[in-house]
Design a protein around this ligand. Structure first.
Ligand code: MLT
Length: 264
């Protein structure tokens, strides 16, 4: 489906009834990243997956940074008449979820951070983002997908589930160059959110694959230690896209968390 915010398209899916759960994908994905979760949770949930600007069916809007992604998410909630949602973000989607907390915390029922981190890029990481921007502009999104695919999944998936690797590679190679370049700018410029973690006072779940090499377990642990009362779940045999690599385990953990919210 598509809605328009200030005349700009935002692509999304909206399936099920129950506590609204807004899913934010990583880089350079689109909302189909969440297809194993869409309508598939055991908990009664309204699962809403959106394309971040410049990806999937969402139009680009210039480099608005992670704040732009967060503001679009708030606009989508407005369009759907949802006051508060559980906000769940994977990797770059986690950076957007942190920005959403910074800018729209009254709209947050709970937070779920998957395979992400709170820290900002260092100089070396920023330089690598710049090189990837040049790669995207010169050789297109397929070249970016080729470069990123091996780190996207864990060793177990690479060995045992080549179909999933192909599916993910296809998704990444379809990302528009404009969206990729703007997202890399957002990744480069994102602030360090470490100090803000102490302000999070809603139920928070942190999920990470034990084979994640892009945002490893130590980053998830650091978030867990800084967010009072948060829960950490480490999914074995999964890498950076733990929701796709071990969907049954991921959905079980997420469903349990959502049920715990309704019990509160
Ligand atoms: C992502 O999956 O969103 C990216 O790997 C995030 C990053 O590179 O920091």
């Amino acid at each position: 489906m598509i809605t328009f915010a200030n005349g700009r398209a935002i692509g999304y899916d909206d399936v099920g009834k129950g506590v609204p759960v807004l899913f934010l994908h990583g880089f350079p994905h689109n909302r189909s990243l969440w297809s194993p979760q869409l309508g598939a949770l055991a908990a009664p949930a309204r699962t809403i997956c959106m394309d971040l600007r410049g990806f999937g069916e969402s139009a680009p809007d210039g480099p608005g940074g992670v704040d732009g992604y967060a503001d679009d998410a708030a606009k989508l909630l407005d369009a759907l008449n949802i006051e508060r949602a559980v906000v769940i973000g994977l990797s770059m989607g986690g950076y957007a979820a942190l920005a959403f907390w910074r800018r729209h915390r009254d709209r947050v029922r709970a937070l779920v951070f998957c395979d992400t981190r709170a820290t900002a890029d260092n100089e070396a990481a920023r330089a690598a983002r710049g090189e990837m921007q040049a790669l995207a502009e010169e050789r297109g999104s397929m070249a970016v997908a080729n470069q990123m695919i091996s780190g996207m999944v864990g060793r177990t998936t690479r060995e045992k589930n080549p179909e999933l690797v192909d599916e993910l590679h296809r998704m990444m190679s379809l990302a528009p160059v404009r969206g990729i370049v703007d997202a890399l700018e957002a990744l480069k410029q994102r602030p360090d959110s470490t100090a803000m973690l102490g302000t999070i006072d809603v139920p928070t779940l942190i999920i990470v694959g034990d084979e994640d090499v892009l945002t490893p377990v130590k980053d998830a642990r650091a978030m867990h230690l800084a967010i009072t009362g948060s829960r950490l779940e480490i999914i074995t045999g999964a890498g950076h896209v733990s929701n796709m690599e071990r969907p049954a385990t991921f959905n079980h953990v997420l469903s349990e968390f959502l049920v715990s919210l309704t019990a509160q």
